[in-house]
Structures are given as structure tokens and as C-alpha cells.
Design a protein around this ligand. Structure first.
Ligand SMILES: Cc1ncc(COP(=O)(O)O)c(C=O)c1O
Length: 454
């Protein structure tokens, strides 16, 4: 039994949750009424079912969101540490992006043709991430789907490998988990066309021996990974892991795809640039265009050459890559502004300073209450873990989680104007997040812990 499962006492937790639910319901009559009305025409009362994943009887309805603050229809304002689960990591409506969108919105939204600005955008992507060649999609999910397809096409291999606890969007073959040493489709996956795990190998993050064994028969087209797991708590790579991952993938002719969608929090070139990783393909979505639907994938010169050496597709539009609205004019305007004016060293310096403030505050909060917890950070992304030691892989990270405690703490914070993602204890710091907002989070979290300890 984990330390987290022993504390707090279940009755104290249930009582606090009950009280906080009551508070929420009393304070959000407009959201309750809107939910009732929207249930007539939206499945689950929302246009996208994840919006019901918050620890609430019905969601907060947004009135507006600017910078690091969100206002709801019931008149409350929130310090936003969720930031759209990373899409708004650079703050809501970053002014350069908002201005670029306003200008472009009167000049064409989509044309399936490039504009002059694509030259500058390609150059900026290379300057940020180091890879020489790029393509755009609408979402990180679609970018991951594309790079897996390309990896299979250029290697002529069907298998892929992911790490247990990963998340790369709704790509069927990555929605797998490790059960008794074997890949299994995740229980929640709806309607896959075939066994989603049929062509996926899966090993624990940081397990070099298992990785070597899984790649040895040279049937794996690509390893798709985040440089650190960020979707199952936070699991950092152990010293030497990335060097071994790169060595083994090269040795076995397997392409290395790094998904930077969340780890863009590490800096303007993501974790890979900051730590000198050398992916063959790199994916980044969500925040890359300041919150506009947009994602990119980059490739090394060798990968580009291999892709371009493949026979041209005789049937135009039937490559299985891309969708009509990819690289539309609005997305191009947004990504240009974001890369050039938002993802700056100065912005990251502020984000990281606030993240450090939060990390230090959380460590102190746990220490003064003798809670054996730990805190992890990747640049502007902070994660509070309920295990005594940082997890080394997805299994350990999952074992340390305490969903009921998470839900209760998130609800408590929300009732006091602090918004966290509904998933584990991930907190994001934007260029507009003020030190005072960090301090408010810490004060309210401390108060919740003290109530639970009584
Ligand atoms: C690492 C990673 N890659 C890809 C995705 C998919 O992003 P999207 O839902 O925008 O397609 C996510 C979503 O959380 C993610 O965390």
C-alpha cells in the first residue's frame, strides 16, 4: 500500500469532498442551468466529452480567458494552471497571436495553398528545434499518426514501440498498456478496427534491457516517445537513458520519434534541444501556435532523404497523411506569431522562474507536514507526486496516484479560484502567471492539507 493510500483518512477525505461539492453547487447556478439546457443537444451536455472529466457534477462554463486568468459565467475568476491542458501554455490569447489572427481573419481563413509567410515559418521552426525540414497538421494526434505512417513506409517494418504510461493522442496503436509483459489495448478504447496492440511493442520507460530485447529482431519501424513521461504523472529519464535509446535505435535501424507536445515546457526548442537529443522525427502540437489548432512534425536530413526517395504517390490525396485544413491560413498566421514573438527566451525565463517558485513551495508544503511526497519539473511544467520517491516508469507512477485525493484537492482549489488540470497533479506556468498567483495556489493547497490532517 502506498503512503498516499494511507493518508489522509478516507472519512476525512470523503467529508471534505462532500462539503466542497456542496459549496460548488451552491456557487454555480448558471453553470448548472446551462448544463441542463445543453444536455438537450450535446451528448453528456458538452461538445467534447473530456469537458466532463473535471472533478465536478457539471463543468465550469467559460466566459472569457485572457493571459493566466479565466472567468466563468457565474462571475468567478480563476488563476489558470491548467491552461487548456497545455494548448494555452503561453497564456490565453497571447497578444501577438491574437493580433495576427485578427489581421488574417479578414484576409482568408483557408485556401489549401501556402502564403509567403511559410518561408519564414520553416526557418523559425528550424531555428527553434534544430531539425531542417517540416510538415504541418491540425493536431498533435494527427502529427503522431503521420510520423508513424512515414516510419513504417520508409523502413518497410510494421511494428512500433511505445513506453508504458505514454499518451500521444488518439492514435489507436499507441493506446496500449503493458499487462504481464505483453501489450494490450487499453480498456477504454472504443471501436478500434482491429486489435490496437497487434503491431505495438511496449516496455517500461527507463528499462534499457527490455528496450534492447524489443528492438533486437529489427522489426520495429519506430520508437515513439515523450522525452519524459508527462501523461502518467511525470517520469523523468534516468541518466544515460536517452543515450542508450538513441544508440539502440540506430543500431537496429529503428527511427526515433520524439513527441515534444508537452515537453515544449522545457524551452523554445523543447526538451530535445535543451538536452541535445537527436530524434529522426519530432512532433509538437497544442501550444505551438498559441492555442490555435496546429501541430508540426520535423525530420532530420537523412529521414527527409529516405521519405523523398520513396516512389511518389500516384493517387493524389490518398497517402493517408494530412487533412484538408492542415496549414490553413489562420494556423500559419498564428504559428508565425507564436514562434517569433511568444516563444521567446524572456517568456521562458519568466515561466521557469514561476515554476521554480511553485516547485520550491510544494516541496516546503509537503516537508512541513511530513508528507512523503515529491515534486518533479520540466521547465514550466510542475507535477506533485504522492509517492515517496520519483517514479522510474509508468507502473510506479500509476501505483503512487491517489485519484480520490487528487479530485478532492482540485475541487477545493477550484472553489478558491485556482484551476488545475483534471488529470493527475500537473501545473503549468505561463508568461503571464504572476508570483502572487503561485502563492495563492500554495496557500490554498496548504489549507486543504491542514483540513485533511485534522
Ligand atoms: C505528449 C502528447 N502528444 C500528443 C497529444 C495529443 O494532442 P492533441 O489532443 O492536441 O491531438 C497529447 C495530448 O495530451 C500529448 O500529451
Amino acid at each position: 500500500m502506498s503512503a498516499a493510500a494511507r493518508w489522509p483518512a478516507p472519512q476525512a477525505l470523503a467529508a471534505l469532498r462532500e462539503r466542497e461539492l456542496h459549496t460548488f453547487e451552491g456557487a454555480h447556478p448558471r453553470a448548472a442551468a446551462l448544463t441542463q439546457q445543453s444536455e438537450l443537444h450535446w451528448q453528456g451536455g458538452v461538445p467534447f466529452h473530456w469537458m466532463r472529466d473535471w472533478p465536478l457534477p457539471y463543468p465550469v462554463f467559460v466566459r472569457d480567458a485572457v493571459g493566466a486568468t479565466l472567468h466563468d459565467v457565474d462571475g468567478y475568476s480563476y488563476d489558470d494552471f491548467c491552461l487548456g491542458d497545455t494548448g494555452a501554455m503561453f497564456g490565453h490569447s497571447p497578444p501577438p497571436v491574437a493580433r495576427a489572427l485578427a489581421r488574417q481573419s479578414a484576409l482568408g481563413l483557408t485556401a489549401m495553398l501556402p502564403g509567403e509567410r511559410v518561408v519564414a515559418i520553416g526557418k523559425a521552426l528550424t531555428a527553434h528545434f534544430g531539425l531542417p525540414c517540416w510538415q504541418m497538421t491540425q493536431t498533435a494526434t494527427d502529427a503522431n499518426r503521420s510520423v508513424l505512417r512515414l516510419a513504417r513506409a520508409v523502413t518497410g517494418r510494421s511494428e512500433i514501440l511505445v513506453f508504458d504510461g505514454c499518451y500521444h493522442g488518439t492514435v489507436d496503436e499507441t493506446l496500449v498498456c503493458l499487462v504481464d509483459g505483453e501489450p494490450r489495448a487499453r480498456a477504454g478504447l472504443r471501436g478500434p478496427p482491429a486489435d490496437a496492440a497487434a503491431h505495438t511493442r511496449i516496455v517500461e520507460f527507463n528499462d534499457v534491457a527490455a528496450l534492447a530485447a524489443a528492438l533486437a529482431d529489427r522489426k520495429v519501424a519506430a520508437v515513439l516517445c515523450e522525452p519524459a513521461l508527462t501523461n502518467m504523472g511525470m517520469v523523468l529519464p534516468q541518466p544515460g537513458f536517452h543515450a542508450e535509446l538513441r544508440r539502440l535505435t540506430r543500431e537496429h535501424g529503428t527511427l526515433l520519434i520524439i513527441d515534444e507536445t508537452h515537453t515544449l515546457s522545457a524551452g523554445p526548442g523543447g526538451y530535445s534541444r535543451r538536452h541535445g537529443l537527436e530524434p529522426d522525427l519530432l512532433v509538437c502540437g497544442k501550444a505551438i501556435a498559441g492555442g490555435m489548432p496546429c501541430a508540426v512534425y520535423g525530420m532530420s536530413a537523412a529521414t527527409r532523404a529516405a521519405i523523398e526517395a520513396m516512389p511518389a504517390n500516384a493517387e493524389h490525396g490518398h497517402s493517408g497523411l494530412g487533412t484538408t485544413l492542415s496549414a490553413n491560413l489562420l494556423a500559419l498566421a498564428a504559428i508565425e506569431a507564436c514562434l517569433g514573438e511568444v516563444m521567446t527566451d524572456a517568456a521562458f525565463a519568466h515561466m521557469e522562474a514561476q515554476a521554480f517558485r511553485l516547485e520550491s513551495g510544494l516541496i516546503a508544503l509537503a516537508a512541513t507536514r511530513s508528507l512523503p511526497w515529491h515534486v518533479q519539473r520540466i521547465g514550466a511544467r510542475v507535477e506533485l507526486g504522492f509517492g515517496a520517491a520519483p517514479a522510474r516508469n509508468g507502473r510506479e507512477s500509476a501505483a503512487a496516484m491517489h485519484p480520490e485525493l487528487e479530485r478532492t484537492l482540485h475541487l477545493y482549489l477550484l472553489n478558491r479560484g485556482v484551476l488545475l488540470t483534471p488529470f493527475h497533479n500537473m501545473m503549468l506556468l505561463s508568461p503571464q502567471t504572476a508570483p502572487a498567483a503561485v502563492d495563492r495556489l500554495l496557500t490554498h493547497l496548504g489549507a486543504a492539507l491542514d483540513e485533511l490532517a485534522r
